[in-house]
Design a protein around this ligand. Sequence first.
Ligand SMILES: C[S@@+](CC[C@H](N)C(=O)[O-])C[C@H]1O[C@@H](n2cnc3c(N)ncnc32)[C@H](O)[C@@H]1O
Length: 222
Amino acid sequence: MNESQTKAWERHADEFIVDFPSGEMDTSLAEGAQVNWAAEFGREAPLIVEIGSGAGDSLVPMAAGRPECNVVAFEVFEPAVASTLGRLGREGVSNVRLALVDGAQALPQLFDDGTISELWTFFADPWHKKRHHKRRLVDAAFGDVVAAKLAPGGLWRLATDWEDYALWMREQLDDHPGLTNVHGGWAPRLAERPVTKYEARGLAAGRTVYDLTYRRADAPQD
Ligand SMILES: C[S@@+](CC[C@H](N)C(=O)[O-])C[C@H]1O[C@@H](n2cnc3c(N)ncnc32)[C@H](O)[C@@H]1O
């Protein structure tokens, strides 16, 4: 961490970081670790979750725009979490909690079924090589977890600047029985999602940015 990140950590970690007992790796969760989110936020409110929040470039302004929601962000890279802390402090945004934990492991373990009103995964690592596809955050098995955790009517918003990952997401999720592609194809760009440095880099390199929105499928009627 650089000096300003270290200072941000010292100043703001107590307010925003949720600590968990770790498993084998620093960023993995110990078996059985649990959290009471309402107690962490000091209130009951609709829950939004971001996985891979980076330096908080989407997280902080988007959470500021949803003061009525509790926003939980998972990020495994400590300096990025420190930068997010600094930004939260500077901008006076208080409805965010950060966890230095693998969000793919955390989602099934730390949330009750049917409790997440929105999940955000923006510019997740694309893992290009075929032998690495199994490391991709988004796949049909993760779709099972998301479908279970979303509240009725809950939304999963995704964005990527890598076409092969975007097509992979459609392939994995469009026919998922627990999810509905809200737009039947690519979603219009979410107006409240700012252009982050990752998106700017993709655009500068001539790549197209793809947005997707899935809704928890309604339970089949008898
Ligand atoms: C390309 S960056 C994008 C950051 C941010 N969403 C943005 O648009 O500015 C992807 C981030 O996701 C984090 N990440 C990837 N997989 C993760 C996981 N399973 N849990 C938590 N963070 C993850 C990485 O550490 C990295 O900071």
